[in-house]
Design a protein around this ligand. Sequence first.
Ligand code: ADP
Ligand code: MG
Length: 641
Amino acid sequence: MLFFSCLAAASLLPYLQMAKVAINLATGAIQQEELIVGIDLGTTNSLVAYVHPETRQPAAINDLGRGAIVPSVVHFPPDGSSPLVGNEAKDFLLSDPANTIYSVKRLLGKSYRDLGQHAGQLGYKVIDDDSEGLVKIRVGERFYSPIELSADILRELRHRAEHALKTPVRRAVITVPAYFNDSQRQATRDAGRLAGLEVLRIVNEPTAAALAYGIGLDPSDEKTVAVYDLGGGTFDISILRLHQGIFEVMSTHGDTWLGGDDMDRAIGEHWQSIFNLPNTFGQVPALQQQLRLAAEMAKRYLSQHDDFTTQLLDGDEHVYVVTLTKAEFNALIAPLVERTLAACRQALGDAKLTPASIDAVLLVGGSTRVPLVQQEVAKFFGQPANNSLNPDEVVALGAAIQADILAGNRRDVLLLDVTPLTLGIETLGGLMDAIIPRNSKIPTKAGRQYTTSIDGQVNLKIGVYQGERDLVSENRKLGEFVLSGIPAMPAGLPKIDVNFFLNADGILRVEAVELRSGTRQQVDIKPQYGLTDEQVEQMLMDSLTNAKQDVAARLLIEARTAAEQLLYQVERFLKKNAEHLEAVEITTTTAHTDLLRQALAGNDRDLILRRMDELDEFTRPFAERVMNISIKQAMSGKQIG
Ligand code: ADP
Ligand code: MG
């Protein structure tokens, strides 16, 4: 199934209409202008902020006095009622870990293979039914994508904003870590759409943080700034330069698997070994969570005090007293802090700067409240690190300012970002040829000229990749397309221009032109893992309909749709490639498709899925073989199918 589905082209139709008129729910008055909010969709905590229309000041939205911080946790009550989000959900981390999803941002836009050994570290089930596709999370009988779960969080933020501001909220700026790749950015966008938000811009978190500090708002300012962001799950260091009202990110570095969670884990492991906790603390989900939460409590406490003591219960009336001193804590986290400094060193190197050329260091993220972090960062940069704004809120505040800029309220500000990873194409021998190097400012455009390597070659397959490695096989494939209709010429004669256009969101369009003939091909690179608009729409519909009772029906429909697609692809493939197939391959495939069709006549979802698997398993080997033949033919100058 995988093999065929990746051949199917996704159509891209915008379906989300912009709201034209906004009505103030409190007064019934029609609003002139809709508010655009800024959202920090964090691994651990999320916030929504806006710029007050009168005071022009950014503020985090604190609905009903519950606090502005909404933990990025979603809990699914066993009775099937709608999911809880935030602190209400966080309470269930302990009592019902399997149905309580946290750190979902770590899974966003990722396949099971991307996760590697990290998949097992979460308290809930991450499904590996297909190591190449997007991960799913299993809650009870249902499967959720990280996009749907992120949408739950965004929807909660939107509702809080609407409730607190008493106005509809339809448009937002959402922040992401600076080095989120294309599929992660796209996944964030999809989550926004699913939550009913038009995402006007995806902004890098450090860029937003700098804006919150007012850097970039005075056009006469000239500054080079380092933004050090240590959150719960991700670490980012970015070097920004402000010059003539233009805000430029000179370099970024970081680690999506480094943050306060790692400190908590280090404390938990320390306690397990020092206080001889029973193994159950590392095995039973509820006990694991208890350990995790106690460790986090210790960490926070030690930001202000020198000694921490608490009790852990193993469920059998045994009490374990555990302690942690500040010195012990510092020793435990020193290697983590050192890893962040190594990234700082790299970022400075990329920007060709020394610590002395940094005018200001900004601290962002809850984990920068740890005194050792503050000290070490200050020592590294040779200057005090600025933490005058609440490190939990700065990113959301900056997103709100960016939203305000996009709303046209601050015309004097312009923002430039950088692309976090090199973008390039595959050339002979599976080599990566960089077209837009990492840390290039965006929006940007770059291109190179290529030619053919074989006489009479009329097709050129262009594979687009993202990453820093020399071999494309070690980088991430974003997509591929074929430039066909090149006039047959001796090798080396055609002139093929390949141009990359990267927009302000970091989303790529690739264009190839054969200059002698004018043959042209252009594609928007949709990440491999991105959802089609139909899928998003389907999910949106699902979330509107009464979810619980429709589950079975929906799952059946999904299976049917997938089966129909598979049948279509397989039959098309048989027709096109009959000459390359053996008779028995064709008859056996037809027998399989007949069985699948019979299954489709009934309502047994499992049977449909099983028949699909069988069909896929049988056809995959020769489908791959035929693909290779087609590619060889293309290379030897014959037309593909
Ligand atoms: P993210 O951006 O990943 O959502 P945040 O910036 O909200 O994360 O930071 C959350 C992290 O900050 C958590 O690991 C939390 O334990 C940590 N944190 C919050 N307050 C403190 C504190 N006072 N001392 C140490 N760590 C803290
Ligand atoms: Mg953050």
